[in-house]
Design a protein around this ligand. Structure first.
Ligand SMILES: Nc1ncnc2c1ncn2[C@@H]1O[C@H](COP(=O)(O)OP(=O)(O)OP(=O)(O)O)[C@@H](O)[C@H]1O
Length: 272
């Protein structure tokens, strides 16, 4: 099987290309179709946010990009290569994922959690792996003393940071974030958004994020894709997406939350 360790990552071209994707689950009594003929292209350096109603298939879409779900039809290409031809090792060197609740291993301390993907490669000595994990911890704003803590001893913000360090340890060009600020208090949420913004810039990352939070959405996104009616109905700059007529968009951006959305549009000139 082709492997990104052996197959160089191309320097240009889209990071993700999804063509005519169908996602479906076979339930005991019926087939549940989540996406039908969904198309999406994500370009290098973007922060693309995916929004959509509850159950519209945003997380399933992230899981498709990560290779955790198999398309019923259609294709997902990551940096030019069909996802199904990438080995697990190839995929993990290209994509880092921050799961909604961090998904840290509760029996491992922070350092062991962060080091886990690198240790799984079984190619580097433990000393180098630990050093790389310490660098990642520092990059996400955790202290050396936090390395020995267990996940149960961490605050919500620290869990997200440790999980982010784990997502970054393989130095992937693409980072997926599922509700990165969910469950954080406003100060921790602001600090985490600030961290994500610096890492996006400093590491030249491409980011795909699912979020319901308007502040996170407007502070980070260069483009927004809306999932509704089993496909991406519009993808574009925030002001273009808000102008697109669809019941979900009217409800999400122009309902009670609309005033805040408009304030944020004014506050973040890149979005206009
Ligand atoms: N493994 C699975 N088996 C069966 N159905 C599933 C599976 N995973 C997801 N689904 C269904 O797919 C649909 C989309 O789920 P998904 O988690 O992607 O929604 P979402 O847009 O992320 O929603 P939310 O905003 O509420 O988190 C839901 O109806 C969910 O129940």
């Amino acid at each position: 099987m082709a492997d990104a360790v052996l197959t160089p990552i191309p320097a240009d071209g889209p990071i993700v290309e999804i063509r005519k994707l169908t996602s479906a689950f076979d339930l005991p009594d019926r087939r549940l179709v989540i996406h039908k003929d969904l198309d999406l292209t994500v370009n290098r350096g973007e922060v693309l946010s995916i929004v959509g109603g509850s159950g519209s298939g945003k997380t399933v879409l992230l899981r498709q990009i990560l290779g955790l779900e198999r398309p019923a039809a259609g294709e997902v290409r990551i940096m030019g290569q069909p996802l199904h031809t990438l080995s697990q090792r190839g995929a993990s060197s290209r994509i880092g994922m921050l799961f909604q609740h961090g998904a840290l291993f509760s029996a491992f301390n922070v350092l062991e959690n962060v080091a886990f993907p690198l240790r799984e490669l079984k190619t580097l000595p433990q000393r180098l792996i630990d050093e790389a994990a310490m660098v990642c911890l520092q990059m996400v704003g955790l202290k050396p003393a936090d390395a020995q803590k267990m996940p149960s001893e961490l605050s919500g913000g620290m869990i997200k940071r440790a999980a982010l360090a784990r997502a970054l340890i393989m130095d992937p060009p693409l980072l997926l974030l599922d509700e990165p600020t969910a469950g954080l208090d406003p100060d921790s949420s602001d600090a985490f958004v600030h961290l994500l913004r610096s890492l996006h810039r400093d590491l030249a990352l491409t980011v795909i994020m699912v979020t319901h939070d308007l502040d996170t959405l407007f502070e980070l996104s260069t483009r927004i894709a809306v999932v509704a009616d089993q496909r991406v109905i519009v993808a574009g700059r925030p002001k273009d997406v808000i102008a697109f007529r669809h019941p979900f968009i009217e409800d999400f951006f122009l309902g009670e939350r609309g005033q805040r959305a408009m304030e944020l549009l004014r506050e973040y000139p890149f979005a206009i």
